[in-house]
Design a protein around this ligand. Sequence first.
Ligand code: SF4
Length: 361
Amino acid sequence: MASWGEPSFRASQLLRWVYGSEAASFDEMTDLPEALRGKLSAALHFESLAPVTRVTSADGKTTRTLFRLGDGKAIEAVLMEYDPLGLGRERRTVCVSTQAGCAFGCAFCATGQQGFERSLTPGEITDQVLHYARVAMKEAARHTSEGEGAWKRPPITNVVFMGMGEPLANYTATLQAIENLNGGFGLGARHMTVSTVGLVPQIKRLAREGLQVGLAISLHAPNDDLRQRLVPAAKKYPLDALLEACRDYIARTGRRVTFEYVMLAGVNDSRREAAELARLLRGLPPGAGHVNLIPANAVPKGLFQPSSKESIKAFQDELIRRHIPNTLRVERGALIDAGCGQLRGGGRGTGVGGRAPSPDP
Ligand code: SF4
């Protein structure tokens, strides 16, 4: 705004429209002079991605949207709504992609099977959240105008960087998106979680940013041998180095680290592996490591089968017996092929239990 000779308050007005309203174009920013709106429309794209199709789970609580980027590439983002404590304090979490495709090729992951196309820009990452926020704000405005009273729920409460791609391999853009969402959109850093396959130098760098974002490690195996088969990046960063980086992250940020562990039948889901996992995590400060057990989703062309309920229960019992904090993730997204390891920007058909994709309004 300054470079266009506009007063500085115009920048604040613009930011309010972009991050805090359902406006989807510069034309809708009614308190900006018409000439300025025209100039903005001519100079900038309002959105960096276009929603193409949307699939909603049968219970209406999970929505997967396929977006087309400016260069024609496709990515997906997922909105999950839930009330974890059943107290009417609804969480609305957006899982965002940071890359189109992924170069890391984890054996059980649909995105990894797709290969790498390119990293997303900070705007493309941020816009996935703003898209869902605008939809929610529009819905709230409709409720109010239909006389149903003001609809008070926050548009988005949490963001997880766990969609397509490796966030820390697109470090600068991911960090800028965190800053946009924190400073512009007003989402606390503690409400954001970055997931990584375990890139040790980037974890150490993130620990030094002075941010309070959560860290999730895609662990999936309790020893180097098995982990290197499931997660090729582990060849470069063995578990000793990874755990040391996690201890550093915990010490510097005061945040606990979550260890994601996808349950694959006959591969990593025995009691022996649970005991090994417990031993591995024993070196972390008490309460600073949390295991998130993820029932595997059936990935097309995948070589793996999901663990049985009994195996998952036995694995979890072993962790509990060994005092390792853990939760079993409720796989909301799996109902529409939007669970962990299933995003791939391909615009597949209906997911199991989901509705047919509909054009996004
Ligand atoms: S699990 Fe994550 S890092 Fe691994 S291939 Fe899939 S998107 Fe990439």
